[in-house]
Design a protein around this ligand. Structure first.
Ligand code: CP
Length: 309
């Protein structure tokens, strides 16, 4: 009952067996979260630091809640207001925190590869909570877990990932996860927002959103990440919404019923309209709910790897 890796740096490093173990462990914790007392003492001797060098709402709260539900002690660090502004390095910051007898690190950073770099310098288990445009493994896991909950199986399941693929760590983690589980994946969006050789990952590519929606069982709609775009990659948000946005009228015009997902935060009226985001097609809030169980599972399994369970 342990993962093949000491850290969770990305889904790229996980096996299908690892992912299935995380899902079956999350099933157990989901049942715990339905109880009147939503807490177990599995990690009561563990202290975890949530190290956020980049903004977050869902991931930070979800990790903190997962840690508390497991009985762990938690410390929350955000770069703003810390000694990072005085020039302290990432390694010095983490080593100082670890010297206070902290066991695990959950880290979000704007630099791709930051958690991988840190893993070469510290002994504690590291969970990547999103690194730049690389991976967001717990998001990929909770997305796939939510698809499993709704559609049961992955073999031959058709999942379209729509929008800003270029700047999305969610896209890469979803692709790795879904492909390892046997799903078919299509990415769709404007040519300027789709990496040139992404088909090497075994995904289909189309620039036609309607074609992707007509093909899929599930559409995961991604946020336009304007903060990561150094140059204009489409004419205007209005034009983007017109040609690449998903709305209820478009969903109703398909000859099938599909499931709509979004990792959040949503740019309402840009990549996804409110009438689609809040419709019966949407499992967006189920994704958020499942995030707590998935993060409990990952924390529990990685703590077990250290013999601290
Ligand atoms: N999905 C996600 O990573 O959201 P936050 O940036 O709010 O954590």
């Amino acid at each position: 009952m342990s993962l093949s890796s000491k850290h969770l740096l990305g889904i790229k490093d996980l096996t299908a067996k690892d992912i299935e173990l995380i899902f079956s462990t999350a099933d157990h914790f989901k049942e715990v979260l339905r109880r009147p007392i939503k807490k177990v003492p599995s990690l009561r001797d563990i202290t975890i630091v949530n190290l956020f060098y980049e903004n977050s709402t869902r991931t930070r709260i979800s990790f903190e809640l997962a840690e508390k539900r497991l009985g762990a002690d938690t410390i929350n660090f955000t770069a703003s207001g810390s000694s990072v502004s005085k020039g302290e390095t990432l390694i010095d910051t983490v080593n100082n925190i670890l010297s206070m007898k902290v066991d695990m690190v959950v880290m979000r950073h704007s630099a791709s590869g930051a958690p991988h770099f840190l893993s070469n310098h510290i002994d504690a288990a590291i969970i990547n909570a999103g690194d730049g445009t690389n991976e967001h493994p717990t998001q990929g896991l909770l997305d796939a877990y939510s698809i499993r909950e709704k559609h049961k199986t992955f073999k031959g399941r058709k999942v379209a990932i729509l929008g800003d693929i270029m700047h999305s760590r969610v896209a890469l983690s979803n692709i790795y996860c879904l492909k390892k589980l046997g799903a078919e994946v299509t990415v769709a969006g404007p040519p300027t927002l789709i990496p040139q050789y992404i088909d090497a990952l075994g995904v289909n590519v189309t620039y036609d959103i309607r074609e992707a929606l007509q093909w899929c069982d599930v559409a995961n709609v991604l946020r336009i990440q304007l903060e990561r775009q150094n140059m204009p990659l489409f004419s205007s948000l209005r034009e983007y919404s017109l040609y690449y946005g998903v709305n209820k009228a478009l969903l109703d015009s398909l000859d099938k019923e599909i499931t709509i997902m979004h990792p959040g935060p949503i740019n309402r009226g840009v990549e996804l309209s409110s009438d689609a985001a809040d419709s019966h097609h949407s499992i967006i809030l189920n994704q958020v709910e499942n995030g707590v169980a998935i993060r409990m599972a990952v924390l529990y399994l990685l703590a077990g790897k250290k013999g601290l369970e």
